[in-house]
Design a protein around this ligand. Sequence first.
Ligand code: ADP
Ligand code: MG
Length: 190
Amino acid sequence: MKILEVSGLQKNYKDINAVKGIDFSVNKGEFVALLGPNGAGKSTTINILCTLLKPTAGEVSYEGFEIGKDDENIRKKIGIVFQDNVMDNKLSVRENLLTRGILYHNDRKILKVKVDNIISTLKINDYETQYYGELSGGQRRRVDIARALLHSPEILFLDEPTTGLDPSTRKLIWETMETLQKEGLTIILT
Ligand code: ADP
Ligand code: MG
């Protein structure tokens, strides 16, 4: 079943034609990679799909919800992992997840269960009490993924999640994404 449909998507930045009219669809539970060299328009495409940037032309719909019209509903369905770290360096991993999670779960008991589950799925138990700012790149990336899952999205977007990581850490991140896919998440990455 299609969870995402993209047609005729274009984005111009002044005279730069960053996305040149692309069409594709993604089925529920799929693991999709958008490939292309630097400057190909991957980040621009992801930002549009995530409702963060307006397209110049084209349509994007998530099971009937269209970007530009139903952005609030779409944002509930998607999680996003950016390349830049977005957590608080001076809080522990667990504190970071709790303070983010409270935005979505106002019942503390439910929030705690949610955070515990995510911590164990992503295997970040070993360093959950460490400061985010003191983690290695790979550990940080896994916490970033955990953060993106706090509102239980159906689709996870990741923009170059393993760039800059060493080979063994890359492998770990890939394994993490495979686990998430097995749990039913649709994964779209660059
Ligand atoms: P990729 O992620 O595949 O490396 P990008 O989507 O970042 O590609 O960029 C696609 C093209 O759009 C590039 O030529 C880039 O220089 C240009 N571009 C990206 N963001 C902006 C922006 N905010 N303003 C102007 N040009 C941009
Ligand atoms: Mg990019």
